[in-house]
Design a binder for this molecule. Structure first.
Ligand SMILES: Cc1ncc(COP(=O)(O)O)c(C=O)c1O
Length: 409
């Protein structure tokens, strides 16, 4: 038997799994088929409320749409947060439809390789563009000039540090993201001289960190860096986007991030911030921490078989919907996501492997996990499916239907 990650507290009860007050079976019936992703808005609301209570007053909360672009969820988060951060024109359209930019919520567009038409659309919609290079800055100024518009521009900084212990390092050394810190002041002066609306700095140093101390350290380094760059550029930033990197516990042994400790440290950092940042606003940019634990992937057992003494529960889902749970999305060693029998009691606990319906050995949702004995027709729940699930999986692989998605609660 191999361990599984911790089931989010909201779903960790005895008996049939309830999501937003409905049983998994009722939700599957409502969707009309399995597999499906269910996102519990109550869980998201609770995360936002906890975060707001933990952060110093006035620090904005932005949602990184890439974590989960399901339109009803983005619309809900537009109302719960202070900004939507997007990484493509497609995400930008979702954010605008959810009430962003001219509709009220701040929208900012980061990401390398923005095409001219994406830049033009962002300028047109009044979206802040987080510039990733000097070349992108010049293209943006030229496009805005031709359109007779004043672009809202921030500079994404590639810092000389990264987020310690983060699952994905986004700063420190040569990176395709942002402008190397040493060259930022000259770029800021160029943007201001060209008549752009200067919006400030964006620093994203890493992702999926569970250590509050590491996040606090990166935030302090970001504030110090923003102060130095602002001094050197001679221009205080209206906004310093501190990035995020707040992680969630996916695997056995992971301990949930202490956001209250992060917030306490940030309050101290901001209280002692450089004078040039006295009037700057600050924001954090979070994806998975807001939504990952709110999502459950439900898949039905199609077959139960044994091979060389191992029991397999073969489901109608798999890595084409939930790649991350199969261990093939940025992890080196495959480990089990939290998983449960959603249908109810089941029989005595046994060790089984839960696999998907794709003809590849990679398609494993649970490897030698302990579950109550389950039968064909029962529902399996794979947790932590609210971020980098449906939209981050190879849905077309092998031609099975897409999973349904539902927002409840
Ligand atoms: C610029 C930027 N913002 C936000 C995120 C979201 O990160 P997470 O979902 O880990 O909070 C990422 C992730 O790679 C990112 O690159």
């Amino acid at each position: 038997m191999k361990p599984t990650g911790p089931i989010p507290p909201e779903f960790a009860g005895e008996g049939p799994l309830l999501i937003g007050g409905e049983t998994a079976e009722a939700l599957a019936a409502r969707a009309g088929d399995t597999p499906l992703f269910v996102y519990d808005l109550g869980v998201v609301r609770a995360r936002v409320a906890r975060l707001r209570a933990a952060l110093p007053a006035g620090v904005g909360v932005h949602y990184a749409v890439k974590a989960n672009p399901f339109a009803p969820l983005v619309a809900a988060l537009a109302g719960l947060t202070d900004g939507l951060d997007v990484a493509s024109e497609g995400e930008m359209r979702l954010a605008l439809a959810a009430g962003g930019a001219a509709g009220g919520t701040a929208v900012s567009f980061a990401g390398p390789g923005k095409r001219d038409r994406e830049i033009a659309a962002a300028i047109d919609a009044g979206v802040t563009i987080n510039l990733e290079s000097e070349g992108e800055a010049e293209r943006t100024l030229a496009i805005a000039g031709r359109a007779g518009r004043t672009p809202k521009l921030a500079v994404r900084v590639n810092p000389d540090f990264d987020l310690r212990g983060s699952g994905m390092r986004m700063g420190g050394g040569a990176k395709p993201f942002g402008v190397d810190a040493a060259r930022v002041p000259a770029l800021v002066r160029r943007l201001i001289a060209a008549g752009a609306e200067w919006r400030g700095f964006h620093v994203f140093a890493g992702s999926q960190a569970l250590d509050a101390g590491a996040i606090a350290e990166a935030q302090a380094a970001t504030v110090a860096l923003a102060g130095e760059l602002a001094e050197a550029a001679g221009a205080p930033p209206p906004l310093v986007n501190l990035g995020g990197g707040f992680g969630v516990p996916y695997f056995a042994g992971d301990v949930a991030l202490d956001v209250e400790a992060v917030g306490g440290a940030l309050a101290q950092t901001l209280a002692a911030r450089p004078a040039v940042l006295a009037d700057s606003a600050f924001a954090v940019e979070l994806g998975r921490w807001l939504v990952a634990e709110a999502g459950v992937y439900l898949t039905r057992i199609v077959d139960r078989k044994t091979s060389h003494g191992e029991t397999f529960l073969v489901t109608d889902g798999g890595l084409h919907h939930q790649l991350a749970a199969s261990g093939n999305f940025g992890t080196v060693v495959r480990r089990n996501y939290p998983i449960a029998l959603a249908s109810g009691a089941g029989g005595p606990v046994e060790t089984v492997s839960v696999v998907g319906c794709l003809c590849t050995p990679l398609d494993r949702l649970g490897d030698a996990v302990a579950l109550p004995r389950a039968a064909v027709g029962d529902l399996i729940a794979v947790f932590l499916a609210g971020a980098y699930g449906a939209s981050a999986s190879p849905a077309a692989f092998l031609g099975h239907p897409a999973a349904a998605e539902m927002l409840v609660g």
